[in-house]
Design a binder for this molecule. Structure first.
Ligand SMILES: [Zn+2]
Length: 385
């Protein structure tokens, strides 16, 4: 049993270090509070380890901080955790990062890199997308020169997903949305509908799931991080923290297609029932996923073994038809409101949106932490092999 696991067990059964308060206190209300708390938690770590450092990536929207602790002992593994690729989802991701860090992450031969608020603008402004309306998890196209997006299915749904004019959030509008959704489902059936929307589109710049025409600034950040930190390590594990999709209160481990080598590697860490493959019912493959690009960049530069997984904490039961319609409704409303500002229902819409990605429900938050602990035990025993 590793030091970390013991620490987690002690922390779960007794009280947390008073310096950081109760576990649920890691869930902050703003990006700024999360950022300050991250620095507070990191300060004593840096005081003890002169090689620990904060890497600052400057871009027009601010500074994205990555917290690095080199491996003690042999430089064998590096564990990378990323929060806020989808801005507003960063509240939960950031809480998880600080929770793990404050519990004294210490796995021999393993370095730790925590990228905080990957889409910082979205985190600050309660949006999933970045300042250019780009969904960063649809922007990391591997071979851009040969990439020919097919948005024909999405185009058929564009009027429904991206309505014009100021949005209203009331019973009548809610009902109308449901009627339209049921009509679309009857016409196209739910699975193709879901995947054609969620996989990303490259034609409608103000629309939902827009992947962008060009690489966003974070491409450069990934390249810089790879050049700076990854050279010594033989094995890399990437964990990308997301919320919003899947069964409420459940941590889904999202992988690529089952046959891919990354997916097979994940089965050495987690049991088959824990991993959701992209070709399984209710899940979907995404174009331009960040974690795939990150992994490729690392491999090209270091030839290390790389394994990546998305931790997705469900909030609205979107694996069911009703939940999936409600998820889409909130996303449509929020984007419509952003594109057509001034709606009298702005606050209502923003609250619905934030609750979808960052539930205020304390039980949900507690479940996020306990399930993270359970999965991290497996990650740590894999890194210890
Ligand atoms: Zn996400």
């Amino acid at each position: 049993m590793s030091f970390f696991v013991i620490t987690v067990l002690i922390a779960m059964t007794t009280a947390f270090s008073p310096a950081y308060g109760e576990p649920l206190d890691f869930f902050k209300d703003t990006y700024e509070e999360s950022d300050i708390n991250f620095d507070e938690i990191f300060a004593p770590i840096r005081a003890k380890n002169s090689l620990a450092e904060v890497y600052q990536f400057l871009y027009p929207q601010g500074i994205i901080k990555s917290y690095y602790i080199p491996a003690e002992g042999t430089q064998k593994n590096i564990l990378v955790m990323i929060s806020g690729v989808h801005g507003v989802e960063g509240f939960t991701g950031s809480a998880i990062q600080r929770y793990l860090l404050s519990n004294g992450f210490n796995v021999r031969n393993t370095a730790l890199l925590m990228i905080h608020g990957f889409n910082q603008w979205g985190f600050k402004n309660l949006r999933r997308v970045n300042e250019n309306n780009v969904d960063l998890n649809r922007n990391f196209i591997l071979d851009r020169n040969h990439f020919k997006p097919d948005d024909s299915q999405y185009s058929l749904l564009n009027d429904f997903i991206n309505p014009v004019g100021q949005p209203h959030e009331n019973l009548l509008e809610h009902g109308l949305f449901l009627v339209k959704a049921v009509y679309k489902i009857a016409r196209y059936s739910i699975e193709p509908l879901r995947s054609s929307i969620l996989r990303g589109q490259y034609s409608f710049k103000n629309g939902l799931f827009y992947g962008g025409k060009e690489p966003q600034d974070q491409h450069l950040m990934i390249q810089q991080l790879v050049a700076k930190y990854f050279k010594p390590y033989k094995r890399v594990m990437l964990i990308d923290l997301h919320t919003g999709y899947g069964q409420r209160g459940k941590l889904h481990l999202l992988a690529g297609k089952a046959a891919e080598s990354n997916s097979q590697e994940l089965l050495k860490i987690f049991s088959e029932s824990e991993v959701d493959f992209a070709d399984k019912k209710h899940f979907y493959a995404v174009q331009g996923e960040m974690i795939t690009y990150f992994g490729e960049q690392i491999f090209e530069s270091t030839r290390a073994d790389v394994v990546g997984v998305t931790f997705e904490y469900g909030t609205l039961d979107s694996q069911k038809t009703a939940g999936s319609i409600e998820s889409l409704r909130r996303m449509v409303l929020e984007n419509q409101d952003h594109q057509n500002p001034g709606s009298p229902d702005h606050n209502k819409i923003q609250n619905l949106f934030k609750e979808m990605f960052y539930p205020s429900d304390q039980q949900w938050r507690a479940r996020v932490l306990t399930q993270t602990d359970e999965r991290m035990k497996k990650v740590i025993s894999y890194l210890n092999q």
